[in-house]
Design a protein around this ligand. Structure first.
Ligand SMILES: [Zn+2]
Length: 156
């Protein structure tokens, strides 16, 4: 079964970044007419805060009731059965796929202190952004753990 892939409309920029963080192909379109969005769908599922638009997308539409990020993320994870196994495989900035690279490949492209203490690095195959497991990653992990604890635990 192919991995779920998503198209997100203008109000869901944060959700798009978080879905990328856990490794799912998520295209975010800030400004587009409804008809254009529907035309771009292909095999993607449309995530939207617009109930009518979700209905127009038929079975590919998914209406998000909440405007709270944690609630949105947990709703999408539950509905599409997303796992955290692919976490860290996709660029949060551009949706490109990350490739693990030799430490030497990122010398000069990441802060010197970061380069000297970390051994594993990834580069976005599309925009070239560098990634490593730092404090940032730990914060992400903690938030995801909170979210996946289940309903009723959403922090505000
Ligand atoms: Zn990128």
């Amino acid at each position: 079964m192919p991995e779920p892939a998503f198209l997100l409309d203008g109000m869901l920029g944060s959700l798009a970044r978080w879905l990328r963080m856990i490794g799912y192909d998520s295209v975010y379109v800030r400004d587009a007419a409804d008809g254009d969005l529907l035309g771009m769908l292909g095999n993607r599922s449309l995530l939207t805060r617009d109930r009518q638009l979700a209905q127009r997308a038929g079975p590919r539409g998914f209406y998000l009731e909440s405007d709270v990020l944690d609630d949105q993320l947990s709703a999408v994870m539950e509905r599409f059965g997303l796992s955290l196994e692919r976490e860290g495989t996709r660029c949060t900035a551009c949706n490109g796929e990350l490739e693990k690279v030799d430490k030497e490949a990122v010398r000069g492209r990441v802060p010197e202190g970061t380069w000297s203490v970390h051994q594993e690095f990834w580069l976005c195959s599309r925009c070239g952004k560098a990634y490593w497991h730092g404090a940032h990653w730990k914060n992400i992990r903690q938030r995801l753990d909170r979210i996946t604890e289940g309903p009723g635990n959403s922090p505000r």
